[in-house]
Design a protein around this ligand. Structure first.
Ligand code: HEM
Length: 441
């Protein structure tokens, strides 16, 4: 196919009639196949047809920056996330495309989580550093978790499981064939539809219960300092800078904080712990630096992670970037990108690009050390928090909380392999889940 500009579509594997590439895209770890195809076809941009829905996968940092950062006016929309909607995430789709709730939520969040503001929400002494669920519930709703059986924590664990097993956002069968959402509840032939519907009650409960607690904190043990309380007070006093903010917007934005913020930070840490189990030498090296950088009992929340800890983020939890959608026909390096394409940065391919990293599959900090200090000076990964106008608004909070947790663990624990009953080390076989975030296991 050619566009009116005569530029061809980007290359891609042969497609089936009607269904396009749906049959050949694996449901587990699709980013690996995308990377393989990019290599086979010799282009960092590949084209796929998902039952008529064009999709463009960007397999290099250069292509992702060129399109999503530099041509942000074209590549900043989002597709509809039917799986999330069917699961009950009605009010929290800040990361959805347009519509009043999503735009209002984004504005509120970008302000509350800016590099300057986020600190005021975590300096109230209720910053529980060891659990990301605690952190976000405390920042967003002022909820203090005191024990492992706390009902909010139990609920949060179910949400974590949901996000890790729902498939790549925007690319499940429910997203590709949204009309199947009209099927009655007893039709159970589509696994992703079943998944969404089975999780519906949990998702709804998770949106309503913490908000209700934050709204009436008296006697409930919930802190009066939280994002929800601050926003509700501003709304009631009419001091909010944003006009027309409603209670639903605040509920939605707080729910989004959890949906987008808790499991990303938690899964970053889980993957990091797995890397420590598998790489004891690296752990030793890092621990030395970390004790030095912690400097006593107080934490200095760094805007930028010191590189020794910062490079840990290279083991990404977001393996396949959150999809953007283009709003205009475009031509990139003589390839035609049709309006309405899903545009996805393949974060795995970007961080494992052999033309940038000498040993991309090794978990090794040294190549990031600058050439002036005798090492390779390889660039820290880009795109960890996404690209362009949709870049993650929680990046400062996420960075600070991951940094503090990693530094604390390095300073206080030695993470090692489990032993069997004969005292021999059990070597884990690493695996990653496929969902909004990927967890190591
Ligand atoms: C290590 C932790 C985190 C990682 C790795 C991460 C990663 C990402 C990525 C890759 C995106 C998609 C960006 C794009 O489409 O280009 C994103 C979006 C988003 N993140 Fe994060 N994130 C983290 C923490 C947080 C936290 C703590 C919050 C809030 C409390 C948050 C809130 C959001 C929201 C609301 C969006 C949607 C933005 C939009 O569509 O405009 N994230 N994040």
């Amino acid at each position: 196919r050619k566009s009116s500009t005569l530029a061809p579509l980007p290359p891609g594997p042969p497609a089936d009639p009607i269904i396009g590439h749906v049959r050949i895209i694996p449901s587990s770890r699709p980013e690996l196949s995308f990377q393989k195809w990019a290599k086979e076809y010799g282009y960092d941009v590949i084209y796929l047809n998902l039952m008529g829905q064009p999709a463009v996968i960007l397999n290099s940092a250069e292509a992702a920056v060129d399109l999503m950062d530099k041509r942000g006016a074209i590549y900043s929309d989002r597709p509809d996330f039917h799986l999330f909607e069917e699961s009950g995430w009605r009010d929290v789709l800040t990361f959805a495309n347009g519509g009043t709730p999503s735009v209002a939520n984004r504005k509120i969040l970008r302000k509350a989580l800016s590099n300057r503001s986020f600190r005021s929400l975590i300096c109230g002494g209720h910053f529980l550093r060891n659990s990301q669920a605690h952190l976000i519930l405390s920042v967003a709703h002022g909820i203090k978790i005191t024990d492992n059986n706390d009902p909010f924590l139990v609920l949060a664990e179910k949400i974590a499981w949901y996000f890790a097993h729902g498939g790549s956002p925007g690319s499940t069968l429910v997203d590709i064939l949204p009309f199947i959402r009209r099927l009655p509840w007893w039709v159970r032939i589509f696994p992703s539809l079943n998944f969404a519907r089975d999780n519906y009650p949990i998702i709804r409960q998770f949106q309503e219960a913490p908000f209700a607690a934050a709204k009436c904190p008296i006697g409930s043990g919930v802190s009066e300092i939280s994002f929800v309380r601050n926003m509700l007070e501003d709304m009631q006093l009419g001091t909010s800078e944003e006009s027309g903010i409603t209670e639903d917007d605040i509920k939605g934005a707080a729910g989004t904080m959890y949906a987008a913020g808790a499991d990303t930070t938690l899964s970053t840490l889980v993957v990091w712990v797995l890397c420590m189990v598998l790489n004891p030498e690296v752990q030793k090296k890092l621990a030395k630096k970390s004790i030095a950088s912690l400097g006593g009992t107080t934490y200095q929340i760094e805007g930028n992670c010191p590189s020794q800890i910062g490079w840990c983020t290279r083991q990404l939890v977001v393996q396949l970037g959150f999809p953007h959608k283009s709003n205009k026909d475009d031509v990139y390096k003589n390839m035609f990108i049709p309006k309405g394409s899903l545009v996805i940065a393949n974060a795995h391919a970007i961080t494992h690009d052999p033309s940038v990293y000498a040993e991309p599959d090794q978990f090794n900090p040294d190549p990031y050390i600058p050439t002036s200090e005798g090492e390779a000076g390889e660039p820290l990964p880009v795109g960890y928090f996404g690209f362009g106008r949709r870049v993650c608004p929680g990046q400062y909070l996420g960075t600070a909380s991951v940094w503090i947790s990693i530094a604390s663990m390095l300073a206080t624990f030695r993470i090692s392999k489990e032993l069997d009953k004969n005292g021999n080390e059990i070597i884990p076989t690493p695996g990653m889940t496929t969902g909004l975030e990927s967890y190591g296991s």
